[in-house]
Design a binder for this molecule. Structure first.
Ligand code: MOS
Length: 766
């Protein structure tokens, strides 16, 4: 079992009383851990280097893997000359499609070309090449250096076939309707084109966003071993249960023959799933009969792990003289591979953003031979809001209306596309609070905002990201006698990418159980734990919370039974009982109570355990549920070089109850920083001649560094959603959403130059 919570914290003073039933005590509680700044419980382990990441595990007699990558976009392998590689020092195995074990095609979560959906590719099973960079051989050696060297000695001859590696060529081949998770990316209310044509005020613009590659600080890696027909994998994963299942399916094993652990992950952002490297590593280990560590180089991540695909988006808004939208059109094109089933769904954030009687939202798709695209933080919303929120800024200029005011005038009173009421939407308050704190309305006129050779400008934008809660989450809570009291172990099949999930889970469980935080340990990141959750869609914390609430409720029932007729609790039903101060007590009569340790002691038990699945996420069927942001940015643009420096940024969020103030603030800031990169520097350079990524390194693919990032101010409404299990909405992806538009709008304010093509590099500004 993987143990996340090991560092002792000084517990805060417990509440005098916390009810254990309805309404949710986590919402009602005023003085507990919820909403306090709690440091990551695994933080010290990581800082000390005591937390073993995927590529830091070792097995006895372990070998090291290196991959060779195809250099053509489409075709077949005519021949591979492996002689020199096999003769190189330390080489244990050279594996190609000719000698790889037979494996099934990984379903759903498997294989790079298809992050979602059934269209998938087999791995090292034939001579076909589907993208430039596809792994086509694996070398195992006694050291990493020997493996890398031997892989460089492979001589590969290709039979190239016609490929599509230009955007123009992809469009010429044909455009098809986009699907996301099986749903058409099409939404039509009224007659938007006709209403747009008739509107007195309008903007109609095209915005472009480039390919983005994933760059978590920890490159993808796995250390794995076969023991008989059982496979153990130490992986870097944000979908532990699903990956273990997929590996079992791929190798024809029963699910319980694969044990996958991943307690520590150095960032995922949508990329830490199953790709070719884990399957190749396990296949090579099987063939060599030795354990394998397969750690992708940074270049390897660019070859094997898909990123965000490019988009071309049209946003057309027609408004009346007061700025009220009559038509909202957001359509365009995304590009993916022949096998891929995930276009960038850039209209998702537009669906519930603004009131308009006529709405047209549509994503279409063209196909290219390239590395498959996948999820990247706020897939859809991150780039879709760049287009939408830039267009709104353009309309505000055209109308002469303040852009904050223009947005507030178009605030919907129900979901404009599905008609559902909002469960909790306080975006107007987020705008008001943010504008006041940023000094938005007190900003000096544009003409006075020049400092030497720097032009100063301010811009704003809003973001939205849906509340999801996947079903399948289970929690197992075990109370064990420990000295005079008890300790709790809370196990959930969750994944932790570094954002603080295990800490927040410990907080939630401690609150529910009425135990100090240092009495609660969380097990997670292990496929042996029942249930299934994944860190994706900003929904994991809500899913875990619902499961913990359910398991704790079941545990209370079991404890009352164990307490029996001799207990002061005798005769009480579970919903008449609450948890606090290390035990159970009557909600009506606080003198009727018994400690957990006493109940266990009298019933001669060392421990008691309850497992329960969380409720079905029915709330999302009744309500339109979203996280919201109001973003304010100040930039300085140099009149000599054209470079942009972000000098101030404020994120004002409305995301329901904030559970852990400290990790939440980091999530918001991290998302905003990723958005600054999207605005100003991130771009995968794709060679249209041959489909090869040209800048597969952090030296040439730029992301923000410390000097690019100002102090980022973050505030939130902290208004609990009465329809979410903990009152909390997800906060993993809302941070990046809208940021690029806020920056672009500030650059326009500073310079009068409207850049509609990300990233906004200096050549586009002057
Ligand atoms: Mo995400 S893009 O749901 O990790």
């Amino acid at each position: 079992l993987v143990q996340g919570a090991m560092t002792k914290l000084v517990p805060l003073a417990p509440d005098s009383w916390i009810p254990g039933g309805v309404p949710d005590p986590l919402i009602a509680r005023k003085h507990g851990l919820i909403g306090k700044p709690v440091s990551r419980l695994d933080g010290a382990l990581k800082v000390r280097g005591d937390a073993a990441f995927a590529a830091e595990h070792r097995f006895a007699d372990m070998t090291y893997a290196a991959l060779a990558y195809a250099t053509i976009a489409r075709g077949r392998i005519a021949a591979i000359d492996t002689a020199a590689a096999e003769a190189a020092p330390g080489v244990v195995l050279v594996m190609t499609h000719l000698n790889a074990p037979r494996m099934a095609t990984p379903p759903v979560f498997g294989s790079s070309p298809s992050a979602v959906g059934p269209a998938d590719l087999s791995i090292l099973q034939d001579d076909r090449i589907h993208w430039n960079g596809q792994p086509i051989a694996c070398v195992l050696a006694e050291t990493q250096e020997q493996a890398d060297h031997a892989a460089s000695l492979l001589r590969i001859t290709y039979g190239a076939e016609p490929s599509t590696t230009t955007l123009a060529g992809a469009k010429a081949n044909g455009i098809e309707p986009g699907l996301f998770m099986g749903q058409p990316l099409l939404n039509e209310i009224g007659d938007a084109e006709a209403a747009f044509a008739a509107a007195p005020h309008k903007v109609d613009r095209t915005y472009r966003t480039p390919r983005h590659n994933h760059n978590p600080i920890e490159p993808h890696a796995a250390t794995l071993a076969w023991v008989g027909d059982e496979l153990t994998i130490h992986d870097a994963s944000q979908m532990v249960t699903q990956q273990a299942q997929t590996m079992a399916d791929t190798f024809g094993l029963a699910t319980d023959k694969v044990r996958l652990t991943s307690p520590y992950v150095g960032g995922g952002f949508g990329s830490k799933g199953l790709w070719d490297h884990q399957v190749i590593g396990a296949a090579a280990a099987k063939l060599a009969r030795r354990p394998v560590r397969i750690a992708l180089s940074r270049e390897g991540v660019y070859r094997v792990v898909g990123g965000r695909t490019l988009t071309e988006q049209r946003v057309a808004i027609g408004a009346d003289a007061d700025g009220r939208f009559q038509a909202l059109i957001h359509t365009g094109l995304s590009v993916m591979t022949p096998q891929n089933s995930m276009p960038e769904p850039f209209i998702l954030g537009t669906q519930a953003a603004y009131a308009a009687p006529n709405i047209l939202l549509k994503v279409e798709v063209a196909r290219m031979n390239m590395l498959a695209n996948t999820f990247m933080r706020a897939p859809g919303e991150a780039v879709g809001t760049f287009a939408l929120e830039s267009a709104i800024d353009e309309l505000a200029v055209e109308l002469g209306i303040d852009p904050v005011e223009l947005r507030l005038r178009n605030e919907p009173d129900k979901d404009p596309t599905n008609g559902l009421p909002f469960s909790s939407r306080h975006i107007a308050q987020a705008w008001r609070d943010g504008a006041e704190r940023f000094g938005w309305h007190a900003r000096p006129p544009r003409s006075t905002r020049r400092e030497g050779e720097w032009l100063v400008g301010v811009g704003c934008a809003t973001g939205t990201y849906p509340y999801y809660r996947m079903p399948g989450a289970e929690a197992r809570i075990t109370l064990t006698r420990d000295g005079d009291g008890v300790k709790a172990l809370v196990e959930v099949a969750a994944a932790e990418m570094g954002m603080g999930t295990s800490t927040t889970t410990a907080i939630v469980a401690a609150e529910r159980l009425g135990l100090p935080l240092d009495r609660v340990e969380v097990g997670y990141g292990d496929s042996a734990i029942p249930g299934a959750i994944m860190a994706g869609g900003s929904q994991q914390t809500a899913a875990i919370g619902a499961a913990v609430i359910a398991a704790q409720t079941a545990l209370v029932g079991d404890l009352i039974k164990l307490a029996g007729n001799d207990s002061p609790l005798a005769g009480l039903s579970p919903d008449e009982v609450g948890c606090d101060d290390g035990g159970l007590g009557s909600l009506a009569d606080p003198t009727r109570r018994e400690s957990y340790a006493s109940i266990l002691g009298r019933s001669q038990r060392d421990s008691v355990s309850a497992t329960k699945a969380g409720s079905l996420p029915l709330e999302t069927m009744h309500w339109s549920m979203h996280s919201h942001s109001a973003l304010f940015c100040e930039v300085r643009v140099n009149t000599v070089t054209g470079e942009t420096r972000v000098s101030r940024f404020l994120g004002s969020f409305d995301c329901g109850r904030i559970l852990n103030l400290k990790t939440a603030r980091s999530q918001f800031r991290g998302g905003i920083i990723m958005g600054l990169g999207m605005a100003l520097m991130e771009e995968t350079q794709f060679d249209e001649r041959n489909g090869r990524i040209m800048n597969p390194s952090l030296a040439e693919y730029h992301v923000p560094v410390h000097l690019d990032v100002p102090e980022i101010d973050v505030i939130w409404t902290d208004i609990p959603d009465p329809h979410a299990p903990m009152g909390a909405h997800g906060i993993g992806e809302i941070g990046i959403t809208g940021v690029a538009a806020a920056v672009a709008n500030a650059i326009y304010d500073a310079t009068g130059t409207r850049v509609r093509d990300l990233p906004i590099t200096l050549d586009k500004v002057i």
